[in-house]
Ligand binder design. Structure first.
Ligand SMILES: [Fe+2]
Ligand SMILES: [Fe+2]
Length: 182
């Protein structure tokens, strides 16, 4: 659960896997944007630059791996259609540095849970992909939480995490299911 308040309905995974190409495209863009956010935070979280660079590299490796699968299937990445869950989460959370750090931790935690569901339901190279990536995303979740505790007072982080996980659960409960990672 990685500190989240609710679990995803297991029926979600079938809808997510209903269009593998759409799922892969959404996934690739998420990895690309995760790397970009890490690079942005590098200029703002002064005690975490080196580790943020490591995470950015890992996200880019994930991005390349997903793009490789698309390529082998004769497909292109295409333009980013956006991910409604992430957009709603961005609206619900603030623009403060703490919120942006915790938001990364939230997305990583939910990605871990969804990769786990996907790894159990998908076969072949997709099953292997999600299996391989899930622990990495769990590690990223732990990283962003530890960065928050390094930069802000413990009580402030705990209180905000509590508020944001409540908001995240509501967003997840109301989001329309589709061939997307969230
Ligand atoms: Fe990733
Ligand atoms: Fe990640």
């Amino acid at each position: 659960m990685l500190g989240l308040k609710t679990k995803t309905d297991p029926a979600w995974v079938e809808v997510a896997l209903s269009d593998e190409l759409a799922l892969l495209r959404d996934h690739a863009h998420l990895e690309r944007k995760a790397a970009g956010h890490c690079i942005t935070l590098m200029g703002q979280l002064e005690r975490a630059e080196t580790r943020l660079l490591e995470v950015a590299r890992e996200e880019l490796e994930h991005f390349e791996r997903v793009c490789g699968i698309l390529e082998r299937r004769g497909e292109e990445l295409k333009v980013d259609l956006g991910n409604k869950y992430v957009q709603e989460l961005a609206k619900a959370t603030g623009r403060s540095l703490l919120d942006r750090t915790l938001r990364m931790g939230l997305i990583e935690a939910r990605s871990y849970e969804h990769f786990e569901l996907l790894s159990q339901a998908a076969s072949g190279e997709l099953g292997q992909l999600y299996e391989d990536l899930k622990e990495s995303e769990a590690g990223h979740h732990a990283f962003f939480i530890s960065v928050a505790y390094e930069h802000w007072p413990r009580e402030q982080v705990k209180k905000r995490w509590d508020e944001l996980t409540t908001a995240e659960s509501e967003i997840l409960a109301n989001i329309e299911w589709g061939p997307r990672i969230h």
